[in-house]
Design a protein around this ligand. Structure first.
Ligand code: R1P
Ligand code: URA
Length: 290
């Protein structure tokens, strides 16, 4: 059955609805960033740029870095944008835009998707300026209420523990990312467990003029521990997209990793004086290893 026009929306020029890209526009390795202005910070290192396209917050540059074809795309903020990003990237490679049929199993393409983003550390021993690679992502957002994500026993136990310790009405989701990409791209980085929050202020325990429902939210995040055969699990940092990437990546069969430039530390109350340098170092490290 062809996928109806209302479900897979293809623009008049044959591009996918929000990303505005044609199937030929993307490479199998994709770097994603939140901030559209970070896209040229990545592509400035390319030997050549063959395509530049933008629509809304999705800015895409495709080019070659040391002979390897790479795509860099900005996503804006939040897992709702990651739902659009990953579904549309997957459609570009795994759905035939002429017949509107998913490609047969043996023709399916697994993309390598590398998030290069900023993040706040929860623990005092993860200083500003560090680079952190996410092993497990825990989603406090609602995206996985709508998909049949299959979690391992450990993932369910960890997220049930977090639900209890935060006194939440719902169980967050927990997903381990690609071991392969974590080892390849994250060598020497802090290996952490990232909390993905559906907001920057209240959901990350920040108080400006609004009080929090749980005034001790940050210390609940910081003090959460889960003991398993693999060792002690603690939450190391938070941001706003990683769990969405890891959940959708698992379900659609793409390799995904989240690399985080630590720009804030919520245990010490500091914010980076030179966040740009930490991000630029992470971009360079990513390109060198990709
Ligand atoms: C908040 O300032 C934004 O920064 C982090 C969060 O996930 C959120 O998107 O990532 P990026 O720097 O990649 O946008
Ligand atoms: N991004 C976030 O989402 N939180 C922080 O504290 C820093 C960057």
């Amino acid at each position: 059955m062809p996928i109806p026009e209302s479900e897979l929306i293809i623009n008049r020029d044959g591009s996918v609805y929000h990303l505005n890209l044609l199937p030929d526009h993307i490479s199998e390795t994709i770097i994603t960033v939140g901030d559209p202005e970070r896209v040229p910070l990545v592509s400035q290192h390319f030997d050549s740029i063959e395509t530049q396209i933008h629509k809304r917050e999705f800015v895409t540059h495709v080019g070659y870095y040391q002979g390897k074809r790479l795509t860099v795309i900005s996503t804006g903020m939040g897992t709702d944008n990651i739902d659009i990003l990953i579904n549309e990237l997957d459609a570009l490679v795994n759905i035939d835009f002429v017949t509107r049929e998913p490609r047969p199993l043996e023709e399916r393409i697994s993309l390598r998707i590398v998030r290069v983003g900023t993040s706040g550390a929860l623990q005092a021993d993860i200083p500003i300026g560090s680079h952190l690679v996410t092993e497990h992502a825990v989603g406090l957002d609602s995206l996985m209420q709508f998909y049949p994500l299959v979690e391992t026993g450990l993932e369910v136990e960890v997220s049930t523990g977090i639900q209890q310790s935060l006194d939440l009405a719902y169980r967050p989701y927990c997903v381990r990312g690609s071991d392969l990409l974590r080892e390849q791209l994250g060598a020497g980085m802090v290996v952490g467990n990232t909390l993905t929050c559906p907001g920057f202020y209240g959901p990350q325990g920040r108080v400006l003029r609004l009080d929090l429902r749980q005034p001790d939210l940050i210390s609940r995040f910081q003090n959460f521990r889960y003991q398993s055969a693999e060792g002690e699990f603690r939450l190391t940092n938070f941001e706003m997209e990683t769990a969405g990437y890891y959940g959708l990546g698992r379900m659609l069969g793409h390799e995904v990793v989240s690399l985080n430039a630590i720009v804030a530390n919520r245990a010490t109350g500091e914010f980076a004086t030179n966040a740009e340098a930490t991000v630029n170092d992470l971009i360079q490290k990513t390109l060198d290893r990709i």
